[in-house]
Design a protein around this ligand. Structure first.
Ligand SMILES: [Zn+2]
Length: 235
């Protein structure tokens, strides 16, 4: 993908030592009381606190970064940015200790949103967040390995339904990111991974918006964060 800020395991292990004047979140427990308030910000929207939202690992012109390069086919450009999948997969691994069937029996996100998995027959399944992530990542991995969807051979072309497939992939990835922000920001902040997550999310959402890969009503639950990151990124 275009970004070069991969959240490697070593990066996670060597979490940033940056000190910010963040509030002490160690005594708060998300799952016991979803209504805890820190200042004017609901606890589960702790990610909107300026001390957190202003933290990213790279100050980039994301508008320029996501733009379709001159002469490049749109499908080719989207396919070359599917590395978002790898980045989010690595982040999921880092969260696996905290995102369990016990801590997250449903795949929830801001605004009391709950995501359901739909099986191949279209049946709606209520599943834990780690299971949803597993289903989503396996589904995406299969698509990536399907030569008919992501052709790699010279002279091959992308199928007519490629954009639709890409939209589906981006939708699943968005759900996973939305869950992490909503349910695990406390752990993410403790590990000082929020600058990585903010950068990853902002790149991802900028790319999605540029090529209309996600419906605005789908991403609305994260609009406050997207706007806040945009504001800080422009500073
Ligand atoms: Zn979780």
């Amino acid at each position: 993908m275009g970004g070069c800020y991969g959240v490697s395991r070593s990066t996670i292990a060597e979490a940033s030592h940056r000190k910010a004047d963040f509030i002490d979140i160690s005594g708060l427990k998300v799952k016991e009381n979803n209504n805890i308030n820190v200042g004017s910000v609901s606890y589960q929207k702790l990610y909107l606190q300026s001390g957190y939202v202003s933290e990213n690992i790279l100050q980039l012109d994301f508008k320029k970064l996501v733009s379709l390069p001159d002469g490049l086919d749109l499908a080719e450009w989207i396919a070359s940015n599917i590395g978002f999948f790898k980045q989010i997969n690595i982040f999921s691994s880092a969260m696996s200790e905290f995102c369990t069937g016990t801590s997250c029996p449903v795949t929830d996100a801001a605004g009391n949103k709950i995501y359901y998995w739909h099986d191949e027959q279209g049946k709606k399944l209520k599943c834990s967040a780690p299971l949803y992530t597993d289903y989503a990542m396996s589904y995406i991995q299969e698509l990536l390995e399907d030569e008919n969807v992501f052709p790699t051979k010279i002279g091959s072309t992308f199928p007519p339904g490629f954009i639709f497939m890409a939209q589906k992939i981006f939708l699943y990835l968005f759900h996973i990111l939305a869950h992490f922000y909503w349910a695990h920001f406390q752990e993410i902040a403790r590990l000082e991974l929020h600058p990585h997550l903010n950068t990853l999310y902002f790149h991802f959402i900028s790319f999605s918006q540029e090529f209309k890969l996600l419906e605005p009503q789908e991403t609305a639950i994260m609009d406050e964060l997207s706007r806040a990151l945009l504001k800080h990124n422009l500073c």
